[in-house]
Design a protein around this ligand. Structure first.
Ligand code: NAP
Ligand code: SF4
Length: 683
């Protein structure tokens, strides 16, 4: 047993349960909850994480009734038949020594369905449906449905429920004057608005008795106009504790808030001080959450007395064995969640099954299995970008004899550039993970070695993951000294002038614009402690105007913006809105950063030439103009590097081409890593 994380690994009595350590897996809607036929997959998903050592898990949200559905026919806990179907899941989790709670979530006006109800009639900015206000009888009926869900969860074998009282769902809609315009006993004053969750807790407790955990997820910082003050939050917590709550989980920000709370540019542990404040307010245990993704940070929070438990949801998608690895002293082998949202929340919001960019097995535990290879065949992986690294790690973990060849002096491929973008420092963690795993698995990694076909003789399989090269512009002046590629800029090989044009507004063009605004990389060692607001909580709070909720209602203050380091012009040929192709849960954050930095955006342009005057374009309305800049950075996509294919095919190699070498268009790390692991499973 490792002694390096004594607080994280120590047991804790919570309600009637003894938790084996301080790690709780927070709720994450995977999409498997919505259909009973997916219960076997959901069971495999939770069982793998229970086996991986987590103390307690919370399911994705289950609505107590039809009106509370997030989506039409979404996950519901409203019948004994459904409860009985969950028995296999809870038994399997218990057999692995973990506990599991059912999260009960009423979406209120966030429901993407026509039956939506809220405290008062209103429409949220994130659903096209207008909610009708619940009548007084409707409020009573809804509370009764929460009680029923709790009773059924107990019947299903769950150890308790989590009452979802954060992120802007129905309970918040009752608590906040923003959405609650009632004048009856459920509204009118802050105290009366608190009666709704208070009654839910009181009646649930009366129904289920003491041998059933009642966990309440409380919003510590609403980040919306008309949200709660800290005094109101503290009063609510004390009343809920008196009503029967055993443990508080914490949540930050309503979904409609325009301040990011979980994306990768939010500093790690940004909200931990608020859980510490809640802990001083109540007598029951408190769980810290949001942007906690490493054992070191969890240990720091627990050791400092800032929380009794730590919740991680996405980090356990990324690595189901998180807790076991900590216990075995193998923390450096944890696959860290980089908070990209690309395969989890972006999928959830697109109504697709959630998975994980760095662990494509998440949510597909029954389909994508890495069994022991029948023979120790030799596998050469050429290229150590995300696709090659993922393939090499997964193949070696199956027992195949893998060797990696990388032409550059360091591994990482396109990730080496991504991790230098301010706010994307986390990408360095993925490279650190692969580096360590390949070392542990004894995989020879030949860096600085451009493999030629003869070097690859004798391998049973050759995996070509040679990636991409930046597209070169076909334009008069494309070779002008002011022009540079994005790798030249991001690695510091070239220094831009004060005024910069960025050609191409895809994911990389937007990243490059943010890099220019910040004046350089935000990265120091392992993604921490650099300049820039992405690693400094106070600077980040100032940049987004996040205030102390004890001073400003709901934590909404005034943003203080730094002077941008460059004047940035971002251009694309398409007429669509810039950044349209970015992730659903992250794109708005990038668009806000461009706006904050005063980036001048051009759509529908034709590029004509580059010369000493700058970039000559024709704008969408047919006018010619010169964008007067000192430098031009080309972010016009990539082309596949497949130089070895013909030679290897001529030699009869068993060749597999993956990642950007396979298809460069719209390549992202999610596809690259998934392709790498899927291939490794088949070799
Ligand atoms: P991209 O998204 O394909 O964007 C490249 C842009 O360059 C295109 O949108 C295109 O826009 C423009 N372009 C293409 N050919 C051109 C030419 N010959 N001359 C001038 N402009 C040209 O590629 P990327 O930005 O390099 O990103 C690569 C991959 O990484 C993408 O799949 C992206 O999703 C992923 N990525 C994702 C994120 C993220 O946050 N999720 C961040 C970075 C990268 P126009 O034709 O309209 O000008
Ligand atoms: Fe974390 Fe990204 Fe995986 Fe989601 S997809 S769990 S944010 S690494």
């Amino acid at each position: 047993m490792s002694q390096s994380h004594p607080h994280l690994l120590s047991p804790l009595d919570v309600g009637h349960l003894t938790l084996r350590n301080r790690l709780v897996m927070g709720s994450m809607h995977t999409g498997l909850e919505d259909r009973a036929r997916h219960l076997p997959e959901l069971t495999a998903y939770f069982t793998e994480r229970a086996r991986g050592g987590v103390a307690m898990m919370v399911t994705g949200g289950y609505s107590p009734d039809i009106e509370g559905w997030l989506l039409p026919a979404g996950s519901t806990m409203a019948s004994r038949r459904m409860a009985d179907k969950h028995r296999g899941l809870t038994d399997a989790v218990h057999a692995e020594g973990a506990h599991i709670l059912l999260q009960v979530l009423h979406a209120g006006r966030y429901g993407y369905q026509p039956f939506v109800r809220s405290s008062s009639s209103s429409k949220s900015p994130i659903s096209p449906f207008t909610a009708r206000g619940l009548s007084a009888r409707g409020v009573e009926r809804t509370i009764g449905h929460w009680v029923r869900a709790a009773r059924l969860a107990k019947r299903a074998g769950y150890d308790g429920i989590e009452i979802m009282g954060s992120e802007g769902y129905l309970i918040n809609q009752f608590l906040a004057a923003r959405t609650n315009e009632r004048t009856d006993e459920w509204g009118g004053t802050a105290s009366k608005r608190m009666r709704f969750p208070e009654e839910i807790v009181r009646r649930v407790r009366a129904e289920v008795g003491r041998d059933f955990l009642v966990q309440y997820r409380i919003s510590l910082l609403d980040l919306v106009d008309g949200g709660q003050t800290w005094d109101e939050t503290a009063e609510l917590a004390q009343r809920l504790e008196a009503a029967g709550v055993d443990v508080f989980n914490t949540g930050i920000g309503w979904h409609e808030a325009r301040i990011p709370t979980i994306v990768t540019s939010v500093p790690r542990g940004a909200f931990a001080s608020l859980s510490a404040r809640l802990k001083d307010t109540v007598g029951v245990p408190v769980i810290a959450s949001n942007r906690i993704n490493t054992p070191a940070l969890a240990e720091e929070i627990l050791a400092g007395g800032g929380a009794d438990l730590v919740s991680m949801a996405r980090p356990l998608l990324a690595d189901p064995a998180f807790a076991a690895k900590v216990a075995e002293g193998r923390s450096d082998e944890i696959n860290i969640c980089i908070a990209c949202n690309q395969a989890c929340l972006d999928h959830t919001f697109a109504n697709k099954r959630a998975s994980c960019l760095v662990n494509p097995r998440a949510g597909r535990e029954t389909e994508l299995t890495l069994t022991v290879a029948p023979a120790r065949r030799r596998v050469a992986v050429v290229g150590a970008g995300p696709a090659g690294l993922a393939c090499a790690e997964a193949a070696a973990s199956r027992g195949l004899a893998v060797e990696v060849f990388e032409a550059e002096p360091e591994l990482g491929g396109q990730f080496r550039y991504a991790m230098r973008v301010p706010g994307k420092e986390e990408f360095a963690s993925t490279l650190a993970y692969f580096r360590r795993r390949l070392e542990v698995l004894g995989v020879p990694v030949h860096l600085g070695r451009r493999a030629a076909a003869p070097d690859l003789e004798g391998f049973d399989h050759v995996v070509l993951a040679t990636g991409v090269r930046p597209r070169v512009l076909d334009l008069p002046g494309a070779d002008h000294p002011m022009v540079m590629t994005y790798p030249e800029l991001l690695t510091g090989a070239r220094t831009p002038g004060r005024r910069v044009a960025v050609i191409g507004a895809g994911g990389i063009g937007v990243d490059v614009s943010e890099f220019l605004l910040a004046g350089g990389p935000g990265l120091a060692v392992d993604g921490r402690d650099a300049h820039g607001h992405s690693t400094d909580v106070e600077a980040w709070n100032r940049h987004w105007g996040v205030a102390d909720p004890a001073v400003e209602r709901a934590g909404l203050g005034t943003a203080v913006l730094d002077e941008p380091a460059h004047e940035v012009h971002l251009l694309q040929r398409k007429t669509s809105r810039i950044g349209r192709g970015l992730g659903k849960t992250t794109g708005w954050v990038h668009r806000a950063e461009l706006k904050k930095g005063g980036v001048q955006q051009y759509t529908g342009v034709t590029y004509r030439a580059i010369d000493d005057d700058g970039l000559h374009i024709t704008t969408g309305d047919g006018a010619s103009r010169v964008v007067e800049v000192d430098s031009v950075v080309v972010c016009a996509g990539q082309e596949s590097v497949r130089d070895l294919v013909a030679d290897l095919e001529a030699r009869g190699a068993r060749l597999h081409v993956i990642g950007g070498a396979d298809v460069a268009a719209e390549l992202d790390a999610k596809r690259a890593i998934r392709q790498g692991v899927e291939l490794a499973a088949r070799l």
